[in-house]
Ligand binder design. Structure first.
Ligand SMILES: [Zn+2]
Length: 401
């Protein structure tokens, strides 16, 4: 209820400011065609620096698609530190590295810059609302509010550059480091060192047992106490699209989570994220994390979804092994859970039961991205001659768990 009323208030406010500002803040056309509006609060006369920051924000949007690396409108230090340096982009555009699609923004999104406020000397903060195109003018379209982004601007070599909101936001946060995990949390967060040690032990044991050398030497683990903090960490005042309880960015070795200190499932992903160039099937990536992580530390959910899957394999004619292994989503009706996790775990369990840790490691470091490759690797590890045998074997295992 609270969420709904907040959105109402916000939209009401946005509608008012938009209305008040209709004449003064005409669409900024001089670059070209992204629809960027601003509210009365973004008053350039009152503070001319706002205009420079506003221009930087626009320049960044126009140049990012073609110039993701060494973008002149984003803080260079962050660009060097992170592969995916613009944290909120992956949630806004539902993609990662360099996937901002300028045409998509032009065609589908209206941006309303709500405020550009001075935070301290040399630091401004931008709040920008992203909305389905045209919907700012229609009734009931608060539901089409995608997100409100928060991004900062700092001075770098005499120019304004965008920067994630995170450095300012967490500047008074605490940290606690184990050997592989650097935890970051606010002073409000009830941090439990014992749990952090359990996580470290679990991770270390994975590395030892499977003799792994993960790509990331350490993991930066940002603990959000609630969904508001999670949003801020990823550059949002509000995020309606891709709402989540956590984000894992293996590429840059970091997690933001509003769930817990010891997240076994995610740690499995990190441990097996190696330097080898392996194209892993989603079923195996998630299946292994589910089998090695969730099975032990979230066993209730694990058992429940596995039980559901087995039930569907036995009784639901659409849940054939062929459809499942090919991830034929069109043919598999949703039945209250994501089949890919328990089904992937089932495949990993079969290999583990037959060939132990070495077998599972082999499965994890084989190219299984294409279904044909996945089937070949499984047949090889399980000692089966053809697809028919593989399919029968998986079905039999499922039915006898
Ligand atoms: Zn996962």
């Amino acid at each position: 209820m609270r969420i709904i009323s907040t959105i109402f208030t916000l939209l009401f406010f946005a509608a008012i400011s938009y209305g008040q500002n209709k004449n003064e803040s005409k669409k900024e056309e001089h670059q070209d065609t992204i629809s960027i509006y601003k509210t009365f609060r973004v008053d350039f006369k009152e503070d001319p620096v706002r205009e420079e920051v506003f221009q930087t924000f626009k320049n960044y949007l126009y140049t990012r698609e073609d110039q993701y690396k060494d973008n002149p409108y984003w803080n260079q230090e962050e660009q060097e530190k992170y592969g995916m340096y613009d944290f909120s982009a992956s949630l806004i555009y539902n993609g990662g590295l360099g996937q901002l699609d300028l045409q998509f923004i032009k065609d589908h999104i209206d941006i309303l810059v709500l405020s550009i406020d001075k935070m301290e000397e040399g630091l401004y903060s931008i709040s920008a609302e992203y909305q389905v195109k045209g919907s700012l003018k229609k009734k009931k379209d608060y539901l089409k509010l995608l997100c409100i982004q928060r991004v900062d601007a700092i001075r770098e070599n005499g120019k304004w550059k965008l920067q994630n909101y995170r450095p300012y936001y967490i500047s008074d946060w605490k940290s606690y480091n184990t050997k592989h995990i650097n935890y970051h949390y606010s002073k409000h967060y009830k941090f439990d060192k014992k749990e952090a040690k359990q996580a470290e032990n679990f991770y270390q044991k994975l590395l030892d047992t499977y003799k792994l050398e993960p790509k990331n030497k350490s993991i930066d683990y940002y603990l959000a106490g609630n969904s508001v903090e999670l949003g801020k960490l990823n550059g949002f005042d509000y995020f309606g699209i891709s709402y989540t309880t956590g984000m894992t960015n293996m590429f840059d070795g970091e997690i933001t989570s509003s769930i817990k200190i010891f997240h076994a499932h995610e740690l499995v992903h990190f441990a097996f994220y190696g330097t080898k160039n392996v194209k892993r099937n989603f079923l195996i990536e998630e299946g292994a994390a589910y089998f090695l992580g969730s099975r032990i530390h979230n066993s209730k959910d694990y058992k429940k979804t596995l039980h559901n899957l087995i039930n569907d394999i036995k009784n639901n004619p659409d849940y054939t092994i062929g459809n499942l292994i090919e991830q034929n989503n069109d043919k598999i009706p949703f039945n209250g859970y994501d089949y890919k996790y328990p089904f992937g775990a089932l495949l990993c369990k079969m290999v583990y039961d037959k060939k132990g840790k070495k077998g599972l490691k082999k499965l994890m470091f084989s190219n299984t991205y294409k279904v044909e490759n996945l089937k070949d690797v499984l047949k090889n590890l399980l000692g089966l001659k053809n697809d028919r045998q593989l399919s029968d074997n998986i079905k039999k295992t499922a039915e006898n768990i």
